[in-house]
Design a protein around this ligand. Structure first.
Ligand SMILES: Cc1cc2nc3c(=O)[nH]c(=O)nc-3n(C[C@H](O)[C@H](O)[C@H](O)COP(=O)(O)O)c2cc1C
Length: 166
């Protein structure tokens, strides 16, 4: 099984999850960066643009997903919605006949059901099959640590038969 782990991170939380998924599945990591990061555009703009479902322009990167069986797609919640960079990733990729695993980080403790539903609909419309979803609450002042992620991720990946090491 060939795994791709594609993600966007602004403050490092989603990256911590992405790296651990990559370690545990042997998946190739692909970090997406924006042409204009929210620091430049402003956080109010970031929140607003997420609410209205905008996409941002991503730095040119090879988002060719051919040859992968499983795509892990990760991002964060902004203003109760999928972040604009996450919208861009979904928009740019081809999910046809892929198993797609969503992973999200957010500050709230409750399940981001609306975000999961909307991402699922968009990915399914592009031919992807949503295999499972993982989400984790991040903290305000410190980035998620490997020690706190490894156990829940091992469980999640093992349940889905995609755990390769660990
Ligand atoms: C502009 C902005 C809006 C946010 N809005 C929400 C929100 O509505 N709900 C929530 O749970 N977290 C919200 N957060 C927190 C992020 O989802 C959380 O910190 C996430 O782990 C960030 O991921 P990252 O470190 O990979 O960038 C927001 C963060 C930013 C920067």
């Amino acid at each position: 099984m060939k795994n791709l782990v594609v993600y966007y991170t602004l403050s490092g939380n989603t990256e911590a999850v992405a790296k651990e998924i990559s370690n545990l599945t042997g998946g190739e990591l692909k970090k997406i960066e924006m042409v204009k990061e929210p620091e430049a555009a402003g956080f109010a703009w970031a929140a607003f643009s997420s609410i209205i479902g905008l996409k941002g322009k991503i730095k040119s990167t090879d988002l060719n997903d051919d040859g992968y069986d499983n795509i892990f797609i990760g991002g964060q919640v902004w203003a109760g919605h999928s972040s604009t960079p996450l919208n861009s990733i979904i928009h740019s990729m081809n999910f046809k006949n892929k198993n797609v695993y969503i992973f999200l980080t957010l500050a709230d403790e409750k399940e981001p059901t609306a975000v999961i539903k909307s991402m699922t609909e968009r990915i399914e419309r592009k031919g992807g099959n949503i295999a499972d979803v993982f989400y984790v609450q991040s903290k305000m002042k410190e980035v998620l640590k490997q020690e706190e992620l490894i156990r829940p991720l091992q469980e999640w990946l093992s349940k889905n038969n995609v755990l390769q090491v660990g």
